[in-house]
Design a protein around this ligand. Structure first.
Ligand SMILES: [Zn+2]
Length: 457
């Protein structure tokens, strides 16, 4: 008995040493990266996880309520919005900058070390969800949507859906009720959110990812679409349709640069006249998801209203930077749907503008850039007041080629090198500059812009 106790004590001691070694090395690497001007969002966590693989369990023990946000588009913004709402109620551990694999989560922990947290809210890569859920055991899993995304890295929608459902397991599931494949999940603790916005904007040329019934394979009938294949649908063969949403954004009104709307929780009531900065239908889905999550957690209406009103985008998600009298907007684009939606949002802006595409083909962007051919570039020829389109990135020629196959005046399309020509762009005689980088180009683009502005100041 005594020997056994000693053994347990000894093993626990080794584990503790391992844990502190992992954290210690993680902190050293984090500081070294910061000193050398690099982001410390993944590597410190990767090293710590390698030394102490149980570190995720340790994070789980320290967080009272655990929230995961997963899905193809909108994870970062939804997660940030949830964090913004919750931080009024207690300490929140969260990962930002889109580092959503195990290394990103552990890095977030190393950067914000505490004994306990009231909440943690993590955006999680769809593919890694089951593995992380097994160790961290989330209380709520929020799912934004499933679109085709980087097919060489992720698999088709079916496989992603299975991974997401496996990751949700017995946890509370909060899913987008306008996405057909997500409506396959049923259960007492599975809830759906939706938005009531009919899309009267444009003739859309976008490819629908899911247009067939996930139950019987018949083509779905849609009453309306919101984004891509999201919308109100019914299968004429088996009757499969949207689950009744518990949460709903409704009465959407637009004015100048803001959107006004009401939010309904069918169990708890209605919050009227919420407002937020205008930035497309996507943002309403993100808000709907975050508000629904807050309602489930029992956060009060006023706190929610304030958080939404004061929420500003950042980190390359419709991030706005003011330069002299101009507005610079940076928005990450990463798949046909997110790129098309960004172009639709730009289409509603009548001010004089330039649009800058920065297309890379590194691993995190997807090596295969053929996805740009599925995005609705045709809309560009209908947008008012585009003075020029600039193309940069490792695959800039590919973007220009894509534009050649639209009715957009190719004479206005210029290949560039942002680093060398940033001032030329900033000094264009326009009111707005839209920068649309892919994932690995995002932070570099942002740095080039911010450095240039700082130089002027
Ligand atoms: Zn069917």
């Amino acid at each position: 008995m005594v020997v056994k106790n000693y053994l347990i004590w000894f093993i626990n001691m080794i584990k503790k040493i391992q844990f502190y070694l992992a954290i210690g090395l993680g902190i050293i690497v984090k500081n070294l990266l910061k000193i050398s001007g690099h982001m410390a969002t993944s590597l410190p966590g990767l090293i710590a996880y390698f030394i102490y693989p149980d570190i995720l369990k340790e994070i789980g023990i320290r967080c009272k309520i655990k929230i995961f946000v997963t899905g193809t588009n909108g994870k970062t913004t939804t997660n940030y919005l949830i964090k913004t709402i919750l931080s009024k109620s207690g300490s929140v551990l969260y990962n930002e900058f889109g580092a959503n694999m195990i290394s990103g989560i552990v890095s977030a922990f190393i950067s914000n070390l505490k004994q306990t947290y009231e909440y943690c809210t993590f955006e999680i890569d769809e593919g890694t969800l089951p593995k992380i859920a097994k160790q961290l055991k989330p209380d709520i899993v929020v799912v934004t949507n499933i679109f085709r995304d980087q097919l060489d890295r992720y698999a088709e929608i079916e496989i992603i859906r299975k991974k997401i459902f496996e990751g949700i397991g017995d946890s509370v599931g909060l899913l987008n009720g306008d996405d057909p494949s997500l409506n396959l999940l049923k259960g007492e603790n599975k809830f759906f959110y939706s938005i009531e916005v009919k899309n009267e904007l444009h003739d859309r040329n976008i490819t629908l990812d899911v247009q067939f019934c996930p139950v019987c394979g018949t083509k779905l009938n849609y009453e309306y679409y919101t984004i891509g294949h999201l919308g109100k649908f019914i299968c004429p063969q088996c009757g499969f349709s949207n689950n009744e949403p518990r949460f709903l954004i409704t009465n959407v009104r637009e004015s100048d640069d803001t959107i006004l709307f009401d939010f309904i929780d069918k169990k708890k009531g209605k919050v009227k006249d919420l407002n937020t900065k205008r930035s497309g239908i996507y943002q309403l889905y993100n808000i709907s998801a975050a508000l629904s999550c807050a309602m489930i957690l029992g956060i009060d209406f006023k706190q929610i209203k304030d958080a939404v009103k004061n929420f500003s985008h950042r980190l390359g998600r419709y991030e706005e930077i003011v330069y002299q009298n101009k507005k610079i907007i940076i928005n990450l684009v990463k798949n046909p749907v997110s790129l098309s939606e960004t172009l639709y949002t730009i289409a509603r802006d009548t001010s004089r503008k330039i649009v800058v595409f920065i297309l890379n083909d590194n691993y995190a962007d997807g090596k295969d850039v053929s996805w740009i051919w599925d995005a609705d570039f045709e809309i560009l020829s209908k947008i008012e007041n585009i003075k020029k389109i600039y193309c940069d990135g490792k695959r800039k020629e590919e973007i220009k080629l894509r534009l050649k196959y639209t009715s957009f005046d190719i004479e206005k399309c210029v290949l560039t090198n942002l680093k060398e020509n940033i001032f030329l762009l900033l000094n264009e005689d326009v009111e707005k500059l839209y920068f649309l980088p892919t994932y690995t180009a995002l932070f570099e683009t942002r740095n080039i812009i911010l450095n240039a502005i700082n130089e002027v100041v």
